[in-house]
Design a protein around this ligand. Sequence first.
Ligand code: UD1
Length: 424
Amino acid sequence: MDYLEINGGRKLSGKIDISGAKNAALPVIAATLLNDGISKIDNLPNVVDIKTLLKLIEILGAKVSWINQNAVEIDTTNITSTRAVYEIVSKMRASILVLGPLLTRFGECEVSLPGGCAIGQRPIDMHLKALEAMGADIEIKGGYVRAVAKNGLKGARIIFDKITVGGTENILMAASMAKGVTEIINAAREPEIVQLCEMLQSAGIEIEGVGSSRLLIRGSGGEAIKFPKTISVIPDRIEAGTYLCAGAITYSSITLERVNIEHIQTTIDKLLTMGCDFNIKDESITIYPAKQLKEVNIVTAEYPGFPTDMQAQFMAVASIADGESLIEERLFENRFMHVSELNRLGADIWLKGNTAAIRPVDKLYGADVMATDLRASSALVLAALAAQGTTRIRRIYHLDRGYDNLEGKLKKLNADIIRKKENS
Ligand code: UD1
């Protein structure tokens, strides 16, 4: 198994490009199942989660042709199966995104239950309840969700009890081929949702309220939909935020290109509070380090609030600030697994319920640590970049799921980082 070895304490410098957003690309790929022809996608990030979803739709009968490393053509004319198998769904929860498109296009499907994951239970009850409201019969048997809507789905008024990104995406896709109008109240407003809405709009689906918490979707009434234009995946706001944190924690100035500044505003605001500064020009952002990092208080929330996917990275940065920081996690019940690993690197973090108190330490020191989930892993990379000495991070398959060419980009920024094989 691969691990990362990082010799910390070096200043970073230089410029890198931000990749396409994994979390935007996943629903875009799932939505190609609504098409009975060819869809083209570019600016795909080169990460394992994208390959996993492409593999899943290939098993369903889609033909995937790579145009280059970041662009694919997906032919979903002849879908031969509507069963999303456990072997793939268990690797990646976002596979549940095929449920809405398969059901609305074919009137039936079976999707393995994704099960729990390290950061919490992550149920899909709201996805299922909404599909039932649209006329689906749903049964859970043998670890699979079996959904049937023989005469197609019907538009309905869906009120989500809680804001759900994946749930909003699944219902948007389901509604796009349903009969009549679907109203989604308490919809998620993440940029990834806006990208999916714009993709559906480019296929002629009428959607009102894009970017707001109330969406009105007029379905095609069972007609498969065509995507006439290449869908270009939006920049990854979490990858951009992670590299800004790399600049902050190493007291370095680095520049990121191909960023959507609006999407990372809360990250910028928190780093300003911590004493960093920025120069922003169009799609480029340069971070200037703080003289001394200051403490910060963070409460995670749905977009446009502070993203839970940036919580772990800020905890790493806050660990060497000069006062006590508080971070409250409101979205997932168990998203603090990085705490014990950051403490192995010398941080002083205490947990009480869903709040972490990060007490200041002068320095972090290299150690052997274990990655536990995707964003927790990037927090360990950040801490290792700032730590004195050598850190070895194991189980980096978590990082490979979501960070495109992490070592390559960090090396370009002058980090001393190398991927090694166990026993090499
Ligand atoms: C997506 C992101 C993930 C991010 C999360 C929150 C992708 C592929 N993943 O995950 O990186 O951390 O949004 O911004 O885009 N919930 C229920 N019942 C449901 C659905 C969700 O109780 O049916 C709960 C979840 O357990 C969680 C909260 O709602 O506590 C938000 O989850 P959701 O927004 O659905 O997250 P994902 O779409 O899984």
